[in-house]
Design a protein around this ligand. Structure first.
Ligand SMILES: [Ca+2]
Ligand SMILES: [Ca+2]
Length: 184
């Protein structure tokens, strides 16, 4: 029981999390109770994350998401990191969600999104929206490239990526889905 007790956030830290995430204290307490049941040490491994929380993050493969949520890069996700990560992806403004997606989909970590990387994001977007035609992801990517006046061999900076995605109605719709994944 000692481990469970020490892993629990003190009340004032839950209060800070409430301010950042805008989730109610009751909801945060429920999340925390469940989190400690899944992970009594208070620090999730990649495997525990994949088994219990990855499905709540629709826009990336679970390992990339894990690394993006682990903001202090210590190889584990604590309760605060988990809740902030969830809120970035569900409650925050579109710009913030897109910046987050940029980091996840810059797969070769070169500070740009290339065609193939945007295609990976487009595949997930089409899945989320139930667009199962296999040409849809490429159509979506081509339309974003065209709207930004870019050729297929060019790449997007972070600002261009955010701008290009915001112009696209399909992307706006996918990122606007608030399907209750944050409810507890
Ligand atoms: Ca961490
Ligand atoms: Ca890249």
């Amino acid at each position: 029981m000692g481990i469970v007790h020490s892993a629990r956030l003190p009340r004032h830290q839950l209060g800070e999390l409430h301010l950042v995430t805008k989730l109610s204290m009751e909801s945060l307490r429920n999340w925390q109770r469940n989190f400690l049941r899944v992970c009594p040490t208070g620090r999730l491994s990649l495997g525990e994350f994949q088994a219990n929380y990855a499905s709540r993050f629709p826009f990336g493969n679970s390992e990339q998401v894990f690394n993006a949520v682990d903001t202090d890069r210590d190889g584990k996700i604590d309760f605060k990191e988990l809740m902030i990560g969830l809120c970035v992806t569900h409650n925050w403004p579109l710009d913030e969600k897109l910046k987050w997606s940029f980091d996840i989909y810059d797969l070769n970590c070169n500070g740009f999104i290339e065609y193939s990387e945007l295609l990976e994001l487009a595949k997930v977007i089409c899945q989320v929206l139930g667009k199962n035609d296999r040409n849809q992801p490429a159509i979506l990517v081509n339309s974003i490239y065209a709207s930004m006046g870019k050729g297929r061999n060019s790449r997007f900076t972070r600002d261009e990526f955010v701008e290009g995605c915001k112009r696209d109605e399909t992307i706006r719709r996918a990122f606007g889905l608030n399907d209750g994944l944050l409810k507890y």
